[in-house]
Design a protein around this ligand. Sequence first.
Ligand code: 8X3
Length: 264
Amino acid sequence: MLQDEGGVAVVSGASSGFGERIAQVLSRQGYSVVALARRADRLKALAEQDPRGAILPVAVDVRDRKSLERALGELPPDFRDISVLINNAGLSRGLSPVQSGSADCWREMIDTNISGLLNLSGLLLPQLVSRRSGHVVNIGSIAASYPYLGGNVYSATKAFVHQLSLNMRVDLHGTGVRVTCVSPGMAKTEFAEVRYDGDVERANALYEGIEPLTADDVAEAVSWCLAQPTRVNVNMIELMPSDQHFGLGFAGSRSSRSGGADAA
Ligand code: 8X3
């Protein structure tokens, strides 16, 4: 049996990068997509450019559980029968070693990568369970599995996502709801810019001489997981650029681009 394509998918962090591309690919796959993010203008453009007109922009912050609950409660009828949840919203702030890290950066990563994911999952899982079918895809990171200098709190939040995905799978066993964790390595999105607090030059330097993953690579992996017959649960997919080995190690002249102790 195939997953009920043509259903409704919720994608968090849909205003850019992986989330934006996942929303587009899922629309192409036949889903109606509820696109969540903070930046209303970016979501509006995403919805307007969708060839099927199947993307609903919902400007909300996943960290704010009350607003999220309100926004989901106000979805128009065509977008209410949600069968797919893509927990993509997440970010990294800084690459300082833990001994000189910023508590504000830590808090922002924990609030978004952990609490935001829990808020959205907590609000939507009962619905998926009651319809006895569905699929949750959590976007993890290779940083969860392979330590690198300055990764510390970001990596730990993603390790939470990996472990929660396994536990969700156990808790949801028998409900008809599948759970997958897609774990990408370095990709060319706004991720590095955010990590370096808007320093575009520094972010671009990270990609010099290597070919990073694209948002499309990740979106296609998500789409493939969803499209498997319902008897198949893809537990985890890890993908890296061919140029990356583990952590922030790269083929080529420089063995590591972790940023080290000088990193913001
Ligand atoms: C981010 C992937 O390789 O930049 O989730 O740490 S990496």
